[in-house]
Design a protein around this ligand. Structure first.
Ligand code: CP3
Length: 346
């Protein structure tokens, strides 16, 4: 059991704290030499994700290096499309590439029904990580949002504009909703197994929320996030597990995020600087908001920008320190160490 007095749980309970808990999106990754040393033993990134002992080692690397207040499962959001038979590969300098992307509505009819047992390697990693952490460090489990998983599955790769996906949902609107419902069920079953295996908190990554206009965001993304959080909050296993939603720069009214997502905490993208804290106060905790690019600057700039964020959130009941998006491979680990010190000394 994780100590509910941990800083991270207290912030998720909307408690005002002198020093916020700290963790970083993509805290385990290529920016760390320790990660690169393990990574080079595997050709295929997903093969590495399928090894629970290695995932455990990787999840602990940033905890050991920076003494953070929460760990995150080492895995990827694309495990679900992989389990659905879409053939996910990670190609160097290209990111994910799907062998069998969704090209037409028949491809949706022919999809496998998600079997949560196919991702046992993930739940085993959760248990291994949980058993290796001290009990004041909670473990975050995660999934992609239904929309973000659909976008990768249809596009078949990363893209700037996701044109194929946006055309597909226009031309096959009903089938897209069938697919999004299936992905919502899959995310629910997947997250439920992660919680059973030891995850203390859930984060949902809606990394491609930003490509939808407001109406389409509500129809194709928020509707399913709401269904997913509702299912989690009404299930015996997951009803007490706090949910964090990272929605990347959604083109919706911020009130919608606070009132309709069903999340306990909103993770703010770095460009959401004008998010009005008063609409969220005492309703949800907040996380993040610092521009990760700051970490490429000299130390005095890092300190200045970090103090600005900490000033903004200092009276907010339930703030979790994090970046507004993930750590990128070009960031120097020394600057992560420095950033963490700046927050704790503030
Ligand atoms: O500490 C951690 O956060 C590690 C666990 C983690 C990974 N991916 C490992 C990973 C988490 C939480 C993710 C989430 C994820 N994966 C997201 C949502 C977060 C976000 O950035 O918006 C998304 C969109 C993905 C999909 C994905 N995975 C892409 C597009 C890529 C390629 C781009 C890239 O950064 O290389 C990945 C690969 C990936 N996932 C790596 C890691 C450590 C790098 C793979 C490598 O070492 O070759």
């Amino acid at each position: 059991m994780t100590n509910s007095n941990s800083l991270f749980f207290r912030a998720l309970n909307k408690e005002g704290l002198k020093t916020p808990p700290i963790w970083y999106m993509r805290q385990a990754g290529r920016y760390m030499p320790e990660y690169r040393a393990v990574r080079k033993k595997f050709n295929n990134f997903l093969d590495m994700c399928k090894n629970p002992d290695v995932c455990c080692e990787l999840a602990l690397q940033p905890i050991n290096a920076f003494d953070l207040d929460a760990a995150i499962l080492f895995s990827d959001i694309l495990t679900i499309p992989d389990a659905l038979g879409l053939g996910v590969n990670f190609v160097e300098n290209e990111g994910p590439v799907f062998k069998n992307p969704i090209n037409n509505s028949k491809d949706i009819d022919n999809l496998n029904i998600f079997n949560p047992d196919e991702l046992k390697y993930v739940y085993q990693a959760v248990t291994n990580i949980k058993n290796s952490l001290s009990n004041n460090i909670p473990l975050i489990g995660f999934s992609g949002s239904p929309w973000t998983l659909a976008a990768y599955s249809i596009e078949g790769k990363s893209s700037k504009d996701f044109k194929k996906t946006l055309n597909f949902i226009n031309e096959n609107t009903n089938k897209s909703h069938i697919f999004l419902n299936a992905l919502t069920d899959a995310c629910f079953l997947y997250l439920r197994e992660q919680v059973k295996a030891g995850a203390d908190v859930i984060q949902i990554f809606d990394s491609w929320a930003n490509i939808l206009d407001e109406n389409r965001f509500n129809e194709f993304s928020m509707q399913y996030i709401n269904k997913l959080t509702y299912a989690l909050k009404n299930d015996k296993v997951t009803s007490k597990t706090p949910i964090i939603l990272f929605s990347r720069d959604p083109k919706c009214n911020n009130q919608t995020l606070v009132n309709n997502s069903g999340a306990d905490c909103l993770s703010l993208y770095w460009n959401m600087q004008d998010f009005d804290l008063n609409i969220a106060r005492n309703k949800v905790s907040l996380q993040g908001n610092l521009d990760p690019r700051i970490l490429l600057e000299p130390k005095d700039k890092i300190k200045y920008q970090t103090h600005k964020i900490l000033d903004k959130f200092k009276d907010y009941p339930g703030y979790i320190f994090n970046l507004g998006h993930g750590i990128t491979p070009d960031i120097n680990p020394d600057n992560i160490k420095y950033l963490t010190e700046v927050v704790r000394e503030y």
